[in-house]
Design a protein around this ligand. Sequence first.
Ligand SMILES: [Zn+2]
Length: 363
Amino acid sequence: MKGSLNLGKVSGIKIKVHWTFLFILIWVAFVEINSGGNLQAVLFNIALILVVFLCVVFHELGHALTAQHFGIKTKQITLLPIGGIASLEKIPEEPKQELLVAIAGPLVNIAIALILYFIIPVQQFLANNLTNILENLNALTLANFLFYLFTINVILVIFNLIPAFPMDGGRVLRALLAMKLGRVKATQIAASIGQSIAIVFLLLGMLYNPFLILIALFVFVGAYGENKMVQSLELLKGHTVSEAMLTNITLLKPNDTLERVKDLILSGTEKDFIVEQGGTPLGILMKTDVIKASNNPNLLVSDIMKTSFKEILFNDKLRNVLSLVELHKGHFFPVMDTNKKLVGAIDMTNINEFILFQSKLDY
Ligand SMILES: [Zn+2]
């Protein structure tokens, strides 16, 4: 994520904080000053937020380290005002593994809450009558600090376990459903439930808490995206790149002029091109680069083509190349046969068309 500050590394996983995190600190200080709090009260609350987010880092590490146990790497953990995000390279497809990875985060907060329960100790803290407790809670003491931390960890557990896929509780739900119904159906159901809960979050957020609106959007978009990904992967199952690739394409030579490419773009529907010599791809020429350079008609294709690109094998499984192509949206990939000869090209538009045709066949 852009605009993030590196905080360090734990077990090879980068921990980052996004600049928008500053907003939450400013907001906390603003609320405190607005309600007549002094500098000490402001610092008390900011310290509390920082320690809460330390607990969030531990929560995300719970997910990441459990995933690591199943051989799945985590690119980074990012702290945002609405919480933390552990960017796992992939979600385990085995329901039991997903269940464990998802539950590991809330389990960390349960552990922290339990430890605090005995340190404070909460029982003694709550032994007083209610009016006394409420009055005492205003004091800026260590005991109160720990009590707030305990309460927030309990709330974090409850909140995260709401079955709003792709939040933790929703992942637990998906994993449990997948054990009975299979991953595709399970994701469909979990995503629908997630999106319904997101709408409730949105309404509650508009009434009470703006952060809930952000979470609602995150859940709604996340549920849609993950459901689409799982359905697409299912439709691509058993198919190879050769079934979907473009074969009717114009190939360019390195010494072709930009004038020629401009004519090709204007007179046909092709946008991106492969530059080759004797069946070996040398570069990729994108329409955007052609337009950028079009004020210089003396340039040759070899002057502006991209020379770093990934080749895809024609017998690769479409399922496996989907994430690579999706990650580099807008790129154009040469497809090679086993003799390293160019046989076609593939891009995201192409794969999406294939998915659309498959969806008409299968359902
Ligand atoms: Zn979590």
